[in-house]
Design a protein around this ligand. Structure first.
Ligand SMILES: [Mg+2]
Ligand SMILES: [Zn+2]
Length: 363
């Protein structure tokens, strides 16, 4: 019973996630960027689970998009109006629960602020009243809505509507969307996008101990002669370096995840000591038959890097460098420029790599 219920929930969630409109998401992000640059406030309203989403969003959009170490960093002014129990119960008791948001908006909202209404049903009377008032004061209004949208979908400027009529799925997706736009904004606010060189490991940075074998410990790891000049040249060309590597040896039980992590921290330390910083190392430990999202030629390791690096990647200026078809396919799958090099150990002539020629091809 649980198995089927679980599968139904996840299948529905997966499908519904795929439905949301990237155009609306872009307009929401643009509205929030403008609010920050103009110093306008973002005010959040919602009931029940959506009140919790409003609190969560105020936390992530306010603190999570800021550089806390920089006192001059312009913060996004964001406040949840679902958090003050004293005020909400006072308004509810003296006037009506339908007025808990409109009365708070009268206290804190300034003309032209941004108001985000979060509601699974899209019909909550206190949100409808709040949005009506906000619009009368020239606010830009956003709705994170479910159940096909309800009344609020027709009222707000930017409705992001989940089709599902299940509260759990609607609220799950609101959280996902909220994390997408807060994490995207954090990168936008952090500075200009940077080009990345996604570099394969075995055959590009280091030798394999023998063909079709795995490096199973740091003592077996030897850098190829061209590795340092190539990586140093990429850094000099303005690229952040991210290593993406299939390590099926883990899935086969030949080395543990901890050993693999140890190899990568030694590799990173050794290169950093030579003035070559590595921004990240992402490895797929799975077997081919696992059908995971990350084993090249699938591009999952690139997606993981995009999500885990804390800066905006300039994709058109980025490049993938590898020595096998699966590397190149993974890069092409996400529209990256790709550069195939020959593993010198596998080259029929055993010729050395012309690093200057590679770097010239990228410039
Ligand atoms: Mg390789
Ligand atoms: Zn994988």
């Amino acid at each position: 019973m649980l198995d089927f219920y679980l599968r139904s929930y996840i299948e529905d969630l997966r499908w519904t996630l795929g439905e949301f409109d990237a155009g609306v998401l872009q307009r929401i992000i643009t509205a929030l960027e403008r609010a920050r640059s103009d110093g306008r406030q973002v005010l959040l309203i919602g009931n029940g689970g959506s009140a919790a989403t409003a609190s969560h969003m105020a936390c992530d959009m306010g603190k999570g998009t800021a550089d806390l170490k920089d006192p001059a960093f312009a913060r996004l002014r964001v406040v949840s109006l679902a958090d003050n129990n004293a005020l909400m119960t006072a308004i509810g008791n003296d006037i009506s629960f339908d007025d808990v948001f409109v009365e708070q908006l009268k206290i804190v909202m300034r003309d032209g602020d941004v108001v985000i209404a979060i509601s699974a049903s899209g019909n909550s009377p206190n949100l409808v009243k709040g949005v009506e008032y906000a619009k009368s004061r020239g606010a830009e209004t956003i709705g994170l809505l479910g159940f096909g949208g309800g009344r609020l979908a027709r009222m707000v400027d930017h409705p992001l509507v989940v089709s599902s009529r299940n509260y759990g799925i609607s609220e799950d997706i609101h959280l996902v969307v909220m994390h997408i736009f807060t994490q995207y904004l954090r990168r936008v606010f952090a500075g200009p996008a940077r080009p990345v060189a996604f570099v394969d490991r075995d055959g590009v940075i280091n030798r394999r101990p023998a063909p079709h074998t795995y490096v199973q410990g740091w003592e077996q790891f030897t850098f190829l002669d061209h590795a340092r000049p190539l990586l140093r040249g990429l850094r000099a060309g303005g690229y952040d370096i991210v290593v993406i590597t299939n390590q099926q040896g883990v899935g086969k039980g030949l080395l543990s995840l901890a050993t693999l992590a140890g190899i990568h921290s030694e590799m990173t330390r050794s290169l950093a000591a030579d003035g070559i910083p590595i921004a990240g190392v992402f490895a797929c430990p799975h077997l081919e038959q696992d059908g995971c999202f990350c084993r090249k030629p699938r591009p999952g390791l690139i997606h993981r890097a995009v999500n885990e690096l804390n800066f905006m990647i300039d994709l058109p200026r980025s490049v993938l460098i590898g020595d096998s078809d699966s590397d190149i396919e993974a890069g092409k799958a996400v529209g990256l420029r790709t550069l195939r090099i020959q593993d010198p150990d596998a080259a029929p002539t055993g010729g050395a790599l012309d690093v200057a020629q590679i770097l010239a091809a990228l410039a």
